[in-house]
Ligand binder design. Structure first.
Ligand SMILES: Nc1ncnc2c1ncn2[C@@H]1O[C@H](COP(=O)(O)OP(=O)(O)O)[C@@H](O)[C@H]1O
Ligand SMILES: O=C(CO)[C@H](O)[C@H](O)COP(=O)(O)O
Length: 553
């Protein structure tokens, strides 16, 4: 591996660690943003009750150690210059001695993380929103149940003795990881601004915490939730501690960066690429014309702007939370990859699909895509769903309707349960997710964004059908990065910035993110998708009517 010859300067590497919902990934990345090594390890999730989702910070750290050790095997450790973490925005709870505390009635302290998709704090978020406090204008006007304040209030109201009174530290998962690596409790501006109501310029607002009944967090200058805040990519303390270095198999003292939420790392990994030569409109436009869409368990739609843009139902505007000096808005769909998996795995023909995909050594998605190609005959594949329509909010609507009471809908069901039926339902689900993206883009544009190009990454961007449907349904070209694991490139960019090898995040982005492929929309299918979009909008309108009927006398 990478042995320099003669007086050639040895290559510098950065390690990126990405903690997603379902697994932890690590990569060894060079200065050009190329992944030299990659490793992945699944992580546990518990659902002790419906809508309660928990994880373990000890499990997650152990998985970080396994994958990091794997990616640096056989390399000269002196070439590693920096380490960056990103993670889902889940809430980690530790006591005053930094030991895990239970976030459940069972008192199981191993499960000390309330995951981002946990919807236990519905009553709490409702009361928080009723305050109409001014900080709410910076989260799209309505706080999401997936943010941290409602979860903290739930812990205070439900687990006072076993958790709340004993708690010494509440971390966003990305900040827990940087603390574990360095011993520094400083929080990233990204996590605090995006999920905790911290404002980049004004800091914490005491009146918010008092109004929502969490005034105890103000004590000791907010020591439990963070009183030192650093921009993503800033170098933390004295770098990697000897203990963490041993755990991770890295040299002690290497630079460790202030972290990012996973979606924002994806944004950093894709949005700055040089697009010259691909015939894209955004080549002549500012970077603000690019929308990063990070599609994993959930999808996040990140657009940046020079000035703050207030988009109702779309999170933000957040200042400097991803690219320094820029505001950002983040639209999202709470379940996308998880919804596709739910639809596919819950279908009667799933065992047959699994058997056939395994026999061909294919993923179930690749098998379904080729099956759709077979049954579509001469028509475009998307036309197979002319009478099958899906509303995708099986876990509520994050953006732009910001309504967690919304549910999923399917119309056009038949008595068949065969593989054709499963494949077409899978296609309709993918299309519904793409229509959701179109709705988010329209809301962002109506508020002042001007978007011309999508930059997709995350697990779902490996699915060519998902990518083509996003292009066709939004009418915009989709850029895919050279590195499929662009979220890890984002994490490595953080490590590179912390090492001092680049003078700014912008410089690292421009050098390390690269275009791989561009997928253009099939404009000839536009009329069909416009009609399906009309049906899509009717579905939610009708759902609201049904709810109103049932509420009436
Ligand atoms: N090879 C693949 N082809 C198509 N879809 C995939 C593939 N791998 C993963 N996915 C989809 O991506 C989702 C997971 O994406 P990922 O980015 O790994 O999630 P997370 O970061 O939330 O753990 C899965 O739910 C699945 O639907
Ligand atoms: O809220 C989010 C970002 O702000 C993400 O949805 C959350 O972090 C989960 O990410 P993923 O779907 O990649 O696991």
């Amino acid at each position: 591996m990478a042995v320099p010859s003669g007086d050639q300067k040895p290559e510098s590497y950065y390690v990126g660690v990405d903690v997603g919902t379902g697994s932890v990934r690590a990569a060894l990345v060079d200065q050009r943003g190329t992944l030299v090594a990659f490793a992945e390890q699944p992580i546990n999730q518990w659902e002790p009750q419906f809508n309660h989702h928990e994880q373990s910070s000890e499990d997650i750290w152990a998985a970080c150690c396994v994958v990091t050790k794997k990616v640096v095997q056989g390399i000269d450790l002196n070439q590693i210059r920096g380490l960056g973490f990103d993670a889902t925005c889940s809430l980690v709870v530790l006591d005053k001695q930094f030991r895990p505390l239970p976030v459940n009635h069972e008192g199981n302290s191993h499960q000390n993380i309330i995951m981002w998709l946990d919807h236990r704090a519905v009553s709490q978020v409702h009361r928080i929103n009723e305050t109409k406090h001014s900080v709410l204008q910076y989260v799209g006007g309505v706080m999401s149940v997936e943010m941290q304040a409602p979860k903290l209030l739930w812990l205070k109201e439900n687990l006072r003795e076993t958790c709340w009174d004993k708690a010494g530290h509440f971390f966003d998962l990305p900040d827990f990881l940087s603390w574990k690596a360095t011993g520094v409790t400083a929080r990233s501006l990204c996590s605090l601004v995006c999920k905790w109501t911290y404002l980049a310029e004004e800091g914490w607002d005491d009146s918010f915490w008092k109004k929502v009944g969490l005034e105890d967090l103000i004590a000791d200058n907010y020591s439990k939730i963070g009183n030192q805040v650093l921009p993503p990519g800033a170098s933390l303390g004295n770098g990697l501690t000897p203990e963490a270095a041993k755990d991770l198999g890295l040299p002690a003292g290497i630079a460790v960066a202030a972290s990012l939420i996973d979606a924002h790392a994806g944004g950093l990994g894709v949005i700055g690429a040089d697009v010259r030569g691909y015939g894209l409109a955004c080549e002549e436009q500012p970077v603000t014309s690019r929308l990063a869409v990070i599609c994993g368990t959930s999808s996040c739609h990140i657009g940046i702007s020079k000035d703050p843009i207030f988009v109702s139902g779309v999170w933000g505007p957040y200042f400097s939370a991803m690219v320094p000096g820029f505001w950002l808005n983040e639209g999202g769909q709470s379940v996308t990859g998880k919804l596709i998996d739910h639809m596919v795995q819950g279908h009667a023909a799933f065992p047959e699909l699994q058997a056939k995909a395994t026999a061909r050594c294919q993923s179930v998605y690749a098998y379904l895509n080729s099956h759709l190609d077979l049954i579509k005959k001469a028509q475009p594949v998307g036309f197979l769903t002319v009478d099958l329509h899906v509303w995708p909010d099986f876990h509520g609507n994050r953006s732009p309707l910001a309504d967690l009471t919304l549910k999923g809908m399917v119309t056009g069901l038949k008595l068949s349960q065969d593989l054709d039926d499963l494949a077409i339902l899978y296609l309709a689900t993918i299309q519904a997710i793409a229509f959701g993206t179109r709705l988010i883009i329209e809301a962002m544009e109506a508020a002042g964004h001007s978007i011309s190009t999508l930059f997709l990454c995350g697990g779902l961007s490996k699915n060519p059908l998902f990518v083509q449907m996003h292009a066709d349904i939004t009418g915009m070209p989709v850029v895919l990065s050279q590195e499929v694991e662009s979220v890890l490139v984002g994490a490595a960019i953080l490590g590179a910035c912390a090492s001092g090898d680049f003078s700014s995040v912008q410089e690292a982005m421009a050098r390390m993110s690269k275009v791989g492929k561009v997928v253009f929309p099939r404009h000839e299918d536009k009329r069909y998708y416009d009609k399906k979009y009309q049906v899509f909008l009717k579905l939610v309108e009708h759902q609201k009517e049904y709810a109103a009927i049932m509420k009436g006398d």
